[in-house]
Design a protein around this ligand. Structure first.
Ligand code: FES
Ligand SMILES: [Fe+2]
Length: 370
């Protein structure tokens, strides 16, 4: 049953630990160089060793807090710029403390710089942010990630890959609910080649619970969106299906399949700080491989959209400074409600060490105009 009253909802801007997050596009990270990144307010230094293998360390020396990105990296060990302590970049273990004399037997190998599991996947370096150690635990060996970093679903061996990103001056919550919000389309994403606000019409979509998230079930997509129009140029329209999943903490994956052609994307909204997030869209596809302008066109369409969202959220951030509450209405904001409920259920399960109780009890049909 839809709620008849709009629901007041305060975003908590809580950044979930115990998950993989995208840190940097892989093509920007060269061997033997150091790069800064921030995830969940944690300062990181990233890079690649001589063999090209990526790593991520906390950007603070365990000795006296010097940012390690200011140090020297020889492709294997990272030497802090202050007193020359050296750390293995892959596990953070201290190798050398230059000030020690031969008879001083401080156990150097028991000292660690904070180190994070780091994996390269679909053109990005991902970093696993573990749950914080109990207070007073000190510097310890790195925690292993419970599973591999998320990846884009692909349906053939050959495909193209492209990414684009945008920073938004809003919390991760606003970034995410902005991404799943169907009602802003006609107002924010107007363009002559896409749609106008007059093309607004009633829609009905089926949703179902999936582990840690929800799915907009496979369906033939609505007629008023550009990729689908393009797809119809050379695929049988009846065979087009699209599925959109949202999974905690921040993953939105979309797949479109039309016969042997497919398009797949994984969009993430990454908490940088409590008040800033970054959207990364990575798309893989085997569509348009024979059309010379295909990928550029696709990137143009996506870039335009993301830029429209970014500009909107920049303005929204002004308003959010003065009113921390929002109003969520049925059905258009129901996915946003599920997001907050999923987040709360996840937190509750973690605190109480119980199985997470999914907020959706079964499939739901939502209706809105957009
Ligand atoms: S602060 Fe890094 S070695 Fe002293
Ligand atoms: Fe949008």
């Amino acid at each position: 049953m839809p709620d008849l009253d709009p629901q007041r909802q305060a975003t908590d801007a809580l950044m979930l630990t115990g998950f993989w997050y995208r840190a940097l596009p892989a093509d920007r990270v060269q061997r033997n160089e150091l790069y800064k990144a921030t995830l969940l307010e944690i300062p990181l230094v990233l890079g690649r060793d001589r063999a090209g293998k990526a790593f991520a360390l906390r950007d603070a020396c365990p000795h006296r807090g010097m940012p390690l990105n200011c140090g020297h990296f020889d492709g294997r060990n990272l030497e802090c710029g202050y007193h020359g302590w050296q750390f293995d970049v892959h596990n953070g273990q201290c190798q050398v403390i230059p000030s020690l004399t031969a008879d001083q037997n401080l156990k150097v190998d028991r000292i660690y710089a904070g180190s994070y599991p780091c994996e390269e996947r679909d053109g990005f370096l991902w970093v696993y942010i573990a749950d914080p150690a109990p207070p007073g635990a000190g510097i310890a060996p790195p925690v292993a990630a419970p599973g591999p970093a998320p990846q884009i679903e692909k349906f053939s061996d050959k495909y193209k890959l492209a990414y684009l990103q945008a920073e938004m001056p809003v919390s991760v919550d606003h970034g995410i609910i902005g991404l799943m919000d169907p009602a802003h389309g006609p107002f924010v994403h107007q363009a002559w080649w896409w749609r106008s606000r007059h093309s607004i019409h009633e829609k009905q979509k089926n949703f179902e619970p999936i582990p840690n998230g929800f799915r907009m079930s496979a369906h033939t997509p609505s007629s008023n969106s550009a990729p689908y129009k393009l797809l119809r140029l050379y695929a049988d329209a009846d065979s087009i299906t699209t599925t959109i999943d949202f999974v905690l903490p921040n993953l939105r994956s979309e797949t479109i399949r039309a016969g042997k052609y497919w398009f797949s994307s994984l969009t993430t909204v990454t908490p940088i700080t409590r008040t800033h997030c970054r959207i990364d869209v990575v798309a893989a596809w085997n569509l348009f491989r024979w059309v010379p302008f295909g990928p550029e066109l696709l990137k143009f369409v996506f870039a335009k959209f993301v830029e429209q969202d970014r500009r909107t959220m920049e303005v929204q951030a002004e308003g959010l400074k003065h009113n921390p509450h929002l109003m969520l209405i049925d059905d258009a904001d129901r996915p946003a409600k599920w997001y907050f409920q999923l987040k709360a259920a996840h937190q509750h399960a973690k605190r109480s060490r119980t199985e997470m109780k999914h907020p959706m009890s079964g499939p739901v049909t939502l209706k809105w105009r957009s």
